[in-house]
Ligand binder design. Structure first.
Ligand SMILES: NC(=O)c1ccc[n+]([C@@H]2O[C@H](COP(=O)([O-])OP(=O)(O)OC[C@H]3O[C@@H](n4cnc5c(N)ncnc54)[C@H](O)[C@@H]3O)[C@@H](O)[C@H]2O)c1
Length: 365
């Protein structure tokens, strides 16, 4: 019988406080007979002691390269750049299957070490839907950032540095208080409202006190007629949460904004989908991704018109590391309990082998 174990590595990306395994999912795995090793990590939102309390074995920070090769290494983000061969199985988001910069070099490390990659982005159920994704909290945090930008702009200010919140309650309370106690009276439109991100955005707006009628929820039927949509100009915050997979008419354009002149209500656009550099981006009014230190980018609105900004942060769930990790890890748990003997992992390994073969060709190995 194979050894049932996982090794939770630390995340080395700056500001990344999320974790692929939480104390709760670690406990469920331990109860099912797994050994869980956890690298000590100050940056992670969960304390080392929370893992220790449920029976995990704590190991040195960033010590996974020396782990026994039979233990799969689990993490979220890309490994640090290096030429070292990778002999372990890695479960993570690797961002190297869509020919991203450096993709074949990353895969060649697995080839040279005879390791395996199970990319979490491609773990899917029978219907092709991802088994675990961070969407809900991306939408939730994006809507919160939008409300904060609205609060700042109503005082003639620009939204300042965003910091991760300890938990959801702290985020909701802070947004409400900056809006003067409640979001009542604010009007928002969420497009892609039936998806993961969209449901998160709607949830945040409800929790900060918007009236139900002031949360417009659009999905495919409402946009079928084709944009641009003047309705977007008549809300305070527009949150785009669609999954873009084909060319569609723009939802809003620089011209529609300029033409609305002083009558425009729209103050903030949050582009959770962040198809910033996609030639079919349905929100062609900005062209950079914004960041936690600089969360907004101004939109060219025409002289004398009220200001407007876009938030296009592509790692929004990091603003809510605890809840985002808890939901993601709970969704991943049923698959982890079956590792590596189920269709999910079999398909993921097959995809890895296909991508590896492409990389081997490109790298001339
Ligand atoms: N910014 C971030 O930090 C962050 C984090 C996670 C996900 N995302 C991105 O958010 C996007 C949505 O992800 P998701 O997990 O919510 O996807 P999802 O598939 O769960 O939901 C997408 C929704 O958009 C709807 N939709 C698609 N095309 C539409 C259109 N033309 N008009 C109206 N509705 C349309 C779909 O019907 C669906 O309800 C993806 O592009 C994803 O990469 C961003």
């Amino acid at each position: 019988m194979p050894h049932k174990a996982f090794w939770l590595r630390c995340e080395t990306k700056k500001f990344e406080r999320r974790a692929a395994l939480t104390p709760a999912t670690s406990k469920a795995l331990i109860d099912a007979g797994f050994t869980i090793k956890v690298e000590r990590d100050e940056q992670r939102i969960f304390d080392d002691s929370e893992y220790e309390a449920v029976g995990c074995e704590l190991v040195e920070n960033n010590s996974w390269p020396h782990a026994p090769t039979y233990i799969p290494i689990i993490g979220l983000k890309e490994l640090e750049e290096s030429d070292e061969a990778l002999p372990h199985s890695h479960i993570q988001f690797a961002h190297c299957y869509k020919q991203q910069a450096g993709w074949s070099g990353v895969l060649s490390r697995f080839y040279r070490g005879n390791g395996k990659l199970y990319d979490i982005e491609f773990l899917t159920d029978e219907t092709g839907r991802r088994v675990a994704a961070f969407g809900f909290h991306a939408g939730f945090a994006g809507a919160a950032a939008g409300a904060l930008a609205l609060a700042a702009s109503s005082k003639g200010e620009k939204l300042g540095h965003l910091e991760p919140y300890k938990n959801e309650k702290e985020m909701v309370d802070s947004v409400k208080s900056l809006l003067g106690g409640s979001g009542k009276g604010v009007k928002a439109l969420v497009i892609g409202a039936l998806g993961r991100c969209g449901r998160g955005a709607v949830d945040l707006f409800r929790k900060i006190g918007l009236e139900e009628d002031d949360i417009l929820k659009w999905d495919l039927p409402e946009t079928a007629k084709g944009g641009p949509f003047p309705e977007i100009l008549d809300v305070d915050i527009f949150v785009n949460c669609i999954y873009l997979n084909s060319q569609i008419p723009s939802f809003i354009t620089q011209e529609t904004i300029r033409d609305a002149g002083k009558n425009r209500r729209l103050s903030v656009v949050v582009d959770v989908s962040c198809d910033t550099t996609n030639p079919f981006n349905p929100i062609p009014i900005y062209n950079i991704n914004t960041t936690f230190p600089e969360p907004t980018v101004p939109v060219e609105v025409g002289a004398g018109n009220p200001p407007m900004s876009v938030i296009s942060i592509d790692h929004l769930p990091t603003l809510l590391p605890r809840e985002a990790s808890e939901q993601f890890s709970a969704d991943l748990l049923p698959s982890l309990l079956e590792f590596p003997d189920s269709r999910v992992w079999g398909d993921a390994e097959k995809l890895f082998r296909e991508k590896l073969a492409e990389a081997v060709k490109v790298e001339g190995l």
